[in-house]
Design a protein around this ligand. Structure first.
Ligand code: AMP
Length: 398
């Protein structure tokens, strides 16, 4: 898909850009505790300031459900943003109307204002055209830099893009380029790794991937369901036995679409999930007792998966291969992640990961910075992996 970026925008000098960012940061006692989401917005803000534009930042925080909830104000973000930007940031108590207009009228070229939580207005989540129009009145152009909010058709993520010239911000552009390189227009062969707890939460994702990938490795708790569906003894492992038919359908679909499925060959089992628990490795198919739990993939599975990585040019990864939070059941996830990182650093692989626990697992393995791209977009990343159109991205396409 093609979309406009800021490089396509005609002269920005003196214009007011309404920039949708994701400032839904972790906060405790009115202080930002983790500022990644603020940092990723900086390149777009700087680019606009350098071009002489006024920057009005639109964001949501938490779930005020259309009410003004003081504890969900974006005001505490201002100090952190000023520090990161090295420039003053004004704050407007409302994101539309006279208050917002007055602050903007007072802003010099290159100035930045953060507008109060868009979700204080019910029209935001309803994508109310009248509310989108009120937002549009504030600026000359719209920039969306919040991929993580792009799966929602809200006024500030979708409606507004229909009313003003709309562009992808720098962070949005980076994310879309990475996703395109991983699944849109990847270099083949393409390998997927999907792990995590349950099949039921990743059905759409699995169905979409088997139609697109050359190989798909299934790991984690969801692999148990697939093994069970094939008659493998899984003892007392986490599994969704009622999903066995669905698992078999996915395997059949993969076969029909020419996608090779890699299930664990050997399993690390223990009777308790606690750090340092006594674990043993068995071949898939061996008899287990009712209190045995499969908690990780074994070394033979890791060896075959790293070979699959070596045979691939592109990797898309979502979900850990075992209970990575509890060593030693992190071993397969860590070993494969490190191998992926080494191949990526060597220039042999494009590796993109994301969604929920994947980011934490890659950090745990110490390789999050060595991947081609790690998406922190959560729900939006998963919906994109499911092949669903993202309204906020669609609205930017030309
Ligand atoms: P998800 O959010 O679906 O990606 O699932 C991630 C969670 O799956 C992590 O908390 C892992 O501990 C868990 N998980 C991975 N493998 C297993 C397993 N074999 N048994 C139980 N839980 C697992």
């Amino acid at each position: 898909m093609t979309f406009r970026t800021l490089d396509d925008a005609p002269s920005l000098a003196g214009k007011t850009a309404l920039v949708r960012v994701d400032f839904n940061v972790p906060m405790e006692g009115g202080k930002v505790t983790e500022d990644t989401r603020l940092r990723v917005a900086i390149p777009t803000i700087e680019k606009l300031r350098d071009a002489g534009a006024r920057v009005a930042l639109l964001a949501h925080f938490d779930r005020p459900k259309g009410q003004r909830v003081p504890s969900m104000s974006l005001r505490p973000v201002v100090d952190d943003l000023e520090m990161l930007l090295g420039a003053p940031v004004r704050f407007a108590e409302d994101c539309v109307g006279d208050e917002a207009k007055a602050v903007l009228a007072d802003l010099d070229a290159g100035g930045v204002v953060l507008l109060e939580n868009v979700r204080f207005h019910p029209g935001e989540e309803k994508n109310d055209p009248a509310f989108a129009k009120q937002l549009a009145e504030l600026g000359d152009l719209y920039v969306n830099d919040a991929f993580s909010a792009a799966h929602r058709a809200h006024a500030s993520t979708e409606g507004l893009a229909r009313l003003l010239p709309a562009y992808a911000g720098e962070s949005m552009r980076r994310e879309l380029d990475a996703l395109d390189a991983a699944l849109g227009n990847p270099q083949k062969p393409v390998l997927g790794i999907v792990g995590g707890a349950k099949v039921s939460t990743k059905l759409d994702l699995l169905k979409n991937l088997v139609g697109k990938l050359d190989r798909l490795a299934i790991g984690g708790g969801m692999a148990n369901t697939f093994l069970f569906a094939q008659g493998v003894d899984i003892g007392g492992s986490l599994a969704e036995k009622d999903m066995a038919d669905t698992a078999r359908e996915i395997l059949a679909e993969a076969k029909a679409r020419g996608c090779e499925i890699l299930l664990p060959l050997d399993l690390v089992i223990a009777t308790e999930v606690k750090p340092g628990a006594a674990a043993r490795t068995v071949a898939a198919g061996e008899a287990l007792s009712a209190d045995d739990k499969i908690l990780d993939a074994g070394p033979a599975s890791v060896a075959r998966l790293t070979e699959a990585v070596d045979a691939s040019k592109t990797l898309i990864w979502n979900g850990p291969l075992g209970v990575f939070e509890v060593p030693p059941f992190d071993a397969a996830t860590v070993a494969v992640a490190r191998h992926v990182a080494a191949r990526t650093k060597a220039g042999a692989l494009t590796a993109v990961g994301g969604g929920g626990d994947t980011v934490a697992a890659l950090h745990h393995a110490g390789v999050a910075d060595d991947m081609t791209f790690v998406s922190t977009a959560g729900g939006a990343f998963l919906e994109w992996m499911e092949g669903k159109p993202l309204p906020g991205v669609e609205a930017l396409s030309v």
